[in-house]
Design a protein around this ligand. Structure first.
Ligand code: AMP
Length: 126
């Protein structure tokens, strides 16, 4: 599978500092920032700094250091937001849309972290 990365996508521009973002966390290989159109009280996007289009692209081609950093960045964001399950009905949902069927709007890997309200069942009928 060949993955073509478009470096004009909006998250690439955020990473280059060309447009602003509301940063929650920055690590060596990852950036987390608030979604511009939040769908829950907490809606944070976690992205790798490297040029990866989708989760499968990242998982196949990123270095072990990038994968560890990204995975731990997600945990650090959950801790910062105080949304880990186990206290006061807290919890969250991770979503990563990929490709056309996944309705991916921005072609740079991002994990949505959604929390702060009951999120309902996982999928609705199209
Ligand atoms: P997806 O459909 O998974 O590709 O979602 C893309 C997400 O990026 C949407 O939830 C948008 O609201 C969000 N988004 C688009 N532009 C920005 C931006 N400049 N800053 C923060 N979030 C953004």
């Amino acid at each position: 599978m060949a993955y073509a990365y478009d470096d004009q996508n909006i998250f690439a521009k955020i990473l280059r500092g060309e447009i602003p973002n509301n940063t929650v966390l920055e690590t060596e290989h990852s950036l987390a920032f608030r979604d511009i159109a939040p769908q829950a009280p907490d809606h944070v996007l976690v992205i790798p700094k490297g040029p990866y289009v989708t989760y499968d692209h990242f998982a196949a081609e990123a270095s072990d250091a990038e994968i560890a950093d990204f995975t731990r960045a997600i945990a650090q964001v959950c801790a910062k937001l105080g949304i880990e399950p186990g206290t006061d009905g807290m919890g969250y949902r991770l979503i990563s849309n990929a490709g056309e069927a996944g309705v991916q709007e921005v072609p740079h890997l991002h994990i949505h972290i959604l929390s702060g309200r009951p999120l309902g069942r996982m999928l609705q009928k199209a």
